[in-house]
Write a protein that binds this ligand. Structure first.
Ligand SMILES: [Fe+2]
Ligand SMILES: [Fe+2]
Length: 188
């Protein structure tokens, strides 16, 4: 499976544009970490892009990632990608532990990429000039994007053995590269 096929699958199963953009942001962060950590960029990118592709149709914990894995297997997707996707949800931790760099990275960038997206959305300049410092401030503000697990963001940085600020900086840099694709640029 290549990126183009993955993109078609994501859009086939996901109607909500915000969820498609979430996939794109996580993909961008995965590419960034593949380059930093010596992973296979295309593989990591597809894992990021598709990690939630089954969520809209099957949001139930019993199904999310399970249905996706079944579909991806039918499409001949790489097991490395499928198992990484399975590892991003808490209920799969026993079966798919986050013990490889692709799994660690996917878990680490998932919530944080969503959070950075939320931070950019409320700024007039959107992604432009967004700093790790201001994202950190928002993390401490419990009422902001309350659905995003702060504990998971912290745990992600720990998994990657990076200071949180550095991890945030990395994901900001990654999402900056695709800001226009996910409509996170300020209107003139
Ligand atoms: Fe998910
Ligand atoms: Fe996600």
């Amino acid at each position: 499976m290549d990126r183009e096929q993955a993109w078609v699958i994501l859009n086939e199963y996901t109607r909500n544009p915000a969820l498609v953009r979430h996939g794109q942001c996580v993909e961008a962060s995965m590419r960034h970490y593949a380059l930093l950590l010596g992973g296979d960029e295309e593989q990591w990118a597809i894992a990021g892009l598709l990690h939630d592709f089954d969520y809209e149709r099957w949001p139930d914990p019993a199904d999310h990632t399970k249905q996706g894995a079944r579909i991806l297997r039918e499409q001949g997707c790489d097991e490395e990608i499928i198992t990484a996707i399975c590892s991003h949800v808490p209920w799969n931790e026993d079966k798919f532990p986050r013990d490889t760099s692709i799994r660690k990275a996917l878990f680490a960038v998932d919530e944080l990429s969503g959070f950075i997206y939320a931070c950019a959305l409320v700024r007039p300049q959107q992604m432009e000039g967004l700093t790790a410092k201001s994202v950190t401030k928002k993390i401490k503000q419990k009422s902001f994007a309350a659905a995003v697990s702060r504990a998971d963001i912290v745990r992600g940085a720990e998994l990657l053995e990076l200071p949180l600020a550095e991890h945030i900086t990395n994901c900001i840099a990654a999402i900056n590269k695709i800001a226009a694709d996910v409509d996170l640029v300020s209107s003139p």
